[in-house]
Design a protein around this ligand. Structure first.
Ligand code: GDP
Ligand code: ZN
Length: 299
């Protein structure tokens, strides 16, 4: 490798070509094979039309409806979980566990704080998650509350947002990064169209520091499935007790004898709500794994 070969960062992926931003500030399109395995966020060394990918710090994966696993972005540091009033439950806990298993620091963005009833939602969320991760209340429509979020992103280097459809991820990205210029609202039309066109993933530098990756296919889909082990290790509310010594090393904290987590729940040191939700997620994860095993078995 010549020492004059410039280092680059993949800032857009168009399916058959990627856009590389070089350390010098110049940009160039480089052709790639359709399934070359390069993603936005990859650091590369470019020689002519040949891309050499440098080792990744982190990988963010998602699973599609048919069970296939896709790499979404490389080298992210933080993952923003976006919620709004009436967001379905369970999403936050799953997303936190998935982020932590991928070595990303999760944070919570509570959007639509201009709506009635947000104060209750916010205090409930602070109660449950305040000790586990940073929470940023904002209103994308009013463009308010963005200061602390922008400050955090500038310290967090590179991030992406996840959240269910309609929580305002496009609106939020448009405020943080006007050059993205995403369509807001018109969900069905825009999103069904997106399925037939090549999904363009992009990486954007924020004016105040930090970077955001936008991957349309990922914004409203789920992350890759989490395992029972990951759930038990990263579940929000259990993290202060990670050193608690259960009798069995691979304890699921369900009904095992000598479970230290169960004891903490009985002592009231882990809130009952946290434990009930954990058990629901555990059942979900276990039945998903059983389904995946029988799929693999048949194939
Ligand atoms: P996405 O599906 O998560 O990308 O959500 P969108 O950004 O497309 O927004 C969905 C709907 O929520 C749109 O009608 C937005 O105008 C609305 N919306 C987004 N942010 C806010 C907000 O801060 N307050 C209120 N009241 N509505 C919002
Ligand atoms: Zn246990």
């Amino acid at each position: 490798m010549s020492s004059f070969t410039p280092n680059g960062l993949i800032v857009a992926h168009h399916g058959i070509s990627v856009e590389v931003l070089f350390d010098s500030g110049t940009r160039r399109m480089v052709r790639v094979k359709r399934n070359s395995g390069h993603v936005v966020g990859d650091s590369v060394v470019v020689t002519g039309e040949v891309l050499k990918r440098l080792p990744r710090r982190t990988e963010l994966l998602r699973r599609d409806a048919r069970g296939g696993i896709h790499l979404v972005a490389a080298n992210l540091d933080v993952l923003g979980i976006v919620v709004a009033p009436l967001s379905p439950g369970g999403f936050i806990d799953r997303a936190i566990v998935a982020a932590r298993s991928a070595d990303l620091e999760p944070f919570l963005v509570v959007n639509k704080c201009d709506l009635d009833g947000t104060a209750e939602l916010l205090s409930a969320l602070k109660n449950v998650y305040g000790g586990s991760l940073p929470i940023f209340p904002i209103s994308a429509v009013l463009r308010s509350g963005f200061g602390p979020l922008e400050q955090f992103l500038s310290e967090g280097h590179r991030g992406a947002f996840v959240g269910t459809t309609g929580v305002g991820k496009s609106s939020l990205l448009n405020v943080l990064c006007p050059e993205i210029d995403l369509k807001v609202g018109s969900v069905s039309e825009y999103k069904s169209m997106g399925r037939h066109t090549t999904t363009v993933s992009t990486l954007h530098a924020l004016a105040g520091g930090g970077e955001l990756v936008d991957t349309p296919g990922f914004r409203d889909f789920g992350m890759v499935d989490i395992s029972v082990e990951e759930l038990a290790e990263y579940y929000p509310g259990f993290e202060d007790h990670r050193d608690a010594a259960c009798r069995f090393r691979n304890c699921r904290h369900s009904s095992e004898p000598g479970c230290a987590v169960l004891e903490l729940v009985q002592q009231g040191r882990i809130p009952a709500e946290r434990y009930t939700t954990y058990m629901e997620l555990l059942q979900e994860v276990e039945s998903q794994q059983a389904a995946a095993r029988s799929r693999d078995w048949k194939n």
